[in-house]
Design a protein around this ligand. Structure first.
Ligand SMILES: NC(=O)c1ccc[n+]([C@@H]2O[C@H](COP(=O)([O-])OP(=O)(O)OC[C@H]3O[C@@H](n4cnc5c(N)ncnc54)[C@H](OP(=O)(O)O)[C@@H]3O)[C@@H](O)[C@H]2O)c1
Length: 336
């Protein structure tokens, strides 16, 4: 049997999806000592990517290097609110340490990266996404200089499972959904007609498995491509969920994020309530850099073992239902 892959960040949204997709028997998961653990029976090792040898002692590191067939590096700090130095430490330095393991083992290295590395033409670089974007770019640069075969897999936004909507964590995009559902977003800082590229986590994991199993190397985009929803469709799905819960929510205005950052926030300054300002900044940070007037490159549907993604509007509805119930946004719950 082939040697297992080491999946770092195995307890995260993407890591857990990878463990489920490859099957626990094909994977050894690296998790933080007190961190999230993936469901399923994958063998787990406790470690810390910010430390040399991933924090393992010399014999444990050598034993791990001797029995893995590749490294799938998904450990990262994905929160935009963390200190830039911490984000760099985990995302850039952590990638160098994980790559070093692959080099010591002489096995391929696969970096889970993000479409955030792609900056929208002419967009400002002041938002809270900046340290994250820069750390992931630095990680990509490290990987391009690898002494083993490598791939860089850039993912779009990841939402819940296509069939159930389940996700181990509600990340930033869910805060945007909540603002739309609860009417907390009178203005959405995304230009009309922009695409918002997201995929359900099971399809993302299948894409990674198809690429790794086919031996594909180099740089790849795991995105919805021309199937991406427009911001209007995204907003409409969120408002549709709100309506089904008996909420009457006014339709927000779509305004280019540049205008929000350069004109609206500076011009209205403190007269914008702290809450609204926070929501505008959140939207601008999360969706602003992703929204694009062009669709992104994507994987071919005929990649062996992959196939086309499921209907993305239906996937968003399923994720909204799962989120709404858990966050008590549903009609029967107490609105948050
Ligand atoms: N989710 C998305 O929408 C999305 C989109 C595009 C790209 N990506 C990429 O996908 C990758 C995984 O992101 P995710 O969404 O799965 O994030 P996540 O849910 O926050 O998971 C990240 C994982 O990394 C672990 N981790 C953090 N610091 C670590 C350290 N020092 N040592 C070892 N493990 C550490 C975390 O452990 P704990 O469980 O202990 O916190 C967590 O399990 C990232 O590279 C991200 O850039 C994600």
């Amino acid at each position: 049997m082939a040697h297992p892959l080491l999946v770092t960040g195995a307890g995260g949204v993407v890591g857990q999806s990878l463990v489920e997709c490859f099957g626990p028997g094909r994977v050894i998961g690296l998790v933080r000592p007190a961190g999230n653990r993936p469901d399923g029976a994958a063998e787990l090792i406790a470690g810390d990517v910010t430390r040399p040898r991933l924090g393992l002692d010399v014999p444990a590191y050598a034993a791990l290097a001797g029995r893995i067939g590749g490294v799938l590096h998904s450990a990262a700090l994905t929160s935009f609110t963390r200190a830039a130095a911490d984000i760099h430490d985990v995302n850039a330095t952590g990638t160098a340490h994980a790559l070093r393991l692959a080099e010591d083992a002489g096995v391929p290295f696969h970096l889970i990266s993000t479409i955030y590395v792609r900056r929208r033409d002419g967009s400002h670089e002041d938002g809270r996404a900046r340290p994250y974007r820069e750390s992931k770019r630095a990680a990509e640069d490290t990987v391009r200089a690898a002494r083993v075969p490598w791939s860089i897999l850039r993912m779009s936004l990841v939402i819940g499972d296509s069939a159930t909507g389940s996700t181990p964590r509600f990340q930033g995009v869910y805060a945007a959904m909540k603002s739309l559902i609860t009417g907390g977003a009178p203005v959405v800082p995304v230009a009309a007609g922009s695409y918002v590229d997201f995929l359900p986590r099971d399809h993302v994991a299948r894409s990674v498995r198809a690429l790794v199993d086919s031996g594909a190397l180099g740089e790849h985009w795991i995105t919805a491509g021309e199937r991406a929803l427009t911001i209007e469709e995204f907003v409409e799905r969120c408002l549709g969920y709100a309506r089904r819960q008996g909420r009457t929510v006014p339709r927000p205005r779509l305004v280019d994020s540049e205008m929000v950052h350069r004109l609206i926030i500076p011009a209205f300054g403190d007269s914008i309530g702290a809450d609204l300002r926070k929501r505008l900044e959140l939207f601008t940070d999360i969706l602003g850099p992703l929204a694009t007037d062009r669709t992104l490159p994507r994987l071919p549907d005929d990649l062996p073992g992959l196939g086309a993604p499921p209907d993305l509007g239906a996937c968003l509805d399923t994720s909204l239902e799962f989120f709404g119930t858990r966050a008590r946004l549903a009609a029967t719950g107490t609105p948050a």
